[in-house]
Design a binder for this molecule. Structure first.
Ligand SMILES: [Zn+2]
Ligand SMILES: [Zn+2]
Length: 164
């Protein structure tokens, strides 16, 4: 599903910092995200407490927790797949999500990055369940459900962020 090798071609010395709302948890991404996208599924709305969630996909070994502790919750989605979410143990801000077992890539919640430039969504997924008032930006990629191929989203992100 995710082409992890793709990310390796856009590795650089860029260090991206982020953290939770209370300031107890801080992290560093040692490589740029592979892509940023918005998801409008009902689960992402619940998790984010908002109209949609912005995720930055990152290679698993590129996040270092520099301060604080992550707490974890796991659940099973409708398809039967197992997922986890990790959050600041002090304030509950969701920091990242991924699959159980790990698949080499996880989603960092875009809003937790200090520099929001890196969280600009190149695509909008699950538009079939988006709220009525939401109009996706015309220049972003649009998907009614889950994208089957993340390649075009990653290419667009790399070009936009001038990576690689
Ligand atoms: Zn916190
Ligand atoms: Zn979603």
């Amino acid at each position: 599903m995710f082409a992890a090798s793709k990310g390796e071609t856009i590795m650089s010395d860029i260090k991206l910092e982020g953290g939770c709302q209370c300031g107890a948890l801080r992290y560093v991404l040692t490589a740029p995200p592979l892509m940023a996208y918005a998801c409008h599924c009902s689960e992402c709305r619940r998790i984010s407490g908002s109209a949609f969630a912005v995720s930055c996909a990152a290679l698993q070994d590129t996040m270092e927790i520099t301060q604080g502790e992550l707490a974890r919750v796991e659940w099973t989605v409708e398809s039967g797949a197992h997922r986890y979410g990790e959050f600041c143990s002090a304030c509950g801000t969701r920091i990242r999500h991924g699959s159980v077992p790990e698949m080499g890539v996880y989603s960092v919640r875009g809003g937790t990055l200090d520099d929001q430039k890196w969280a600009e969504p190149m695509a909008h997924s699950w538009l079939a369940s988006a709220l009525d008032w939401f109009e996706p930006p015309k220049d972003a990629l649009h998907y009614d459900g889950q994208p089957e191929d993340y390649g075009p989203i990653m290419e667009r992100y790399a070009a936009r962020m001038k990576l690689g």
